[in-house]
Design a protein around this ligand. Sequence first.
Ligand code: ARG
Length: 587
Amino acid sequence: MADPISALTPRVQAAMAAALGPQWSDADPVIRPANKKQTTADLQVNASMALAKTIGKQPRDVAQAIAEHLEAPDLIDRVDLAGPGFLNVTLKSSWIGDEATALLDDPLLGVVQPPQETVVIDYSAANAAKEMHVAHLRTTVVGDSLARTLEFLGHNVIRQNHLGDWGTPFGMLIEHLLEVGTDSDEARLLETDPNAFYRAARAKFDGPEGAEPALGAGDFDARARARVAELQSGDPQSLALWSRIMELTRGYLNRVYRELDITLTDDDIRGESAYNDQLAEVCDSLQAKGIATISDGALCVFLDGFTGRDAKPVPLIIRKSDGGYGYATTDIATIQYRSLVLKADRALYVVGAPQNLHFRMCWAAADKAGWIQGTEPVHVQIGNVVGTDGKILRSRTGDLVSLQSLVDAALERAASVVAESRPDLDEQTRADIAHKVGLAAIKYADLSVGHDSGYTFDLDRMVAFQGNTGPYLQYATARIRSILGRADTVDPKGPIVLTEPAERTLALKLLDFGAVVDQVGITLEPHRLATYLFDLASAFTTFYEECPVLKAESTKLRDSRLALSRLTEKVLVQGLDLLGVDAPEQM
Ligand code: ARG
């Protein structure tokens, strides 16, 4: 890896072994970025503190001994003993420049692919015949970024869109579809405005509020209920109608995914219904193993460590007393499938934080049955998005705000921002830019804070070209492109030679990209990448303010600065792509 910490690590380990004995050759040298308030050094080596305790010496003496054996003339400029016993290391500018120059030709930009894993990612997972709302938007955006990042790291990523495509609502949805006709305009609402279709079915099911059921219409709910049973028993007509609903639903989802530039396709759909055939067996098997028992007519799993307020075990119901299976049964089947069939090393569930208990219980039950083998299940918890009033986003009717209305609002805002900033461009170009800016605003807001913390959906802030926003990073990228566009070389190769502090800071930042992406792959926290890109863009701004590029004093300097700009552009574009954000050519 080209990042300084990875480069320095084996050198310090060699010094520790030489100074203190071979048993320390692979001890953690505890290298961190230096404290910029106290020193101009780049890195701080803290190993001596812990080592001194173990070997019974003074930390300063240990540090001194390590420093004396630290030999890396290519990498290190100077080493200073500081504080109670740590080492401040200043790297050679020539080393930083050479590494940065080499990155220009590295398609992975310094990312070192770890041993390949199979990673299953469950994300998006909307519910059929209902419009996606703001919570689905966030699991879609975060899940997609993780999928892109893990793929870039070389892992075998298997996307699983666990659609809510089964259960009691399908009784009324099918009956409504039958009444309006499978090819009618009303049916097509499933593609264009699924909530409207759902509401119409629901209204028939509930009947007019407070009124006596109208003659003849009152049996809709009875038919809907009967339909659920028929569907579950595999009645061909019911299944055909269900398939039609799902076909139209896929049309809706694909439209949303394409509009939002999300990598999910039909092949990734494996909804709740896909597990139907496993559910009876899951229950029988858990009962046979003595893990599930009948309680009040329902089949339940009681697990150690999951107790309610009265200290009594909380049951995980896997078969209701009427014989129906629920959400939990399906999720025991999902982890079984993802572990034993897909052979996942990690199975990520990118789902709202409130479902944490549900997942922990399902996994504990499955694990007890021996159905999780060599797989680490992970709940990537998604926090709430709240409105500027601090409350959960709801529309005027009290429903959760729909995804489409949020996207439309962001696109509209982006269009007016772009119209204002670039009146010189033609309408089509402006529309393309506005689309990308609107998406960046939404996606970056979802990704730039910890995925488990909430944030305020504040369009004015999200769309702004200043501050830690997606559009700011797009703008920074476009600005670099415009500088490069004014140069005569298309693909400057440097070499990158560092003379000014701002150049050095920018180059060092660029060397960190690989380590940051690596960390996101381990911690599953895309906000680390977002923060990095923001810092990178800021470092570029300082560099550009302090160092003339096109008007540099010499050709050599100009070539070097152009190459530095080009590398920054590459890293920004690649980093944004991992967040699912596309940078327009100009802004
Ligand atoms: N459809 C569910 C919802 O809207 C999310 C499903 C998440 N995935 C899972 N395996 N349970 O809340």
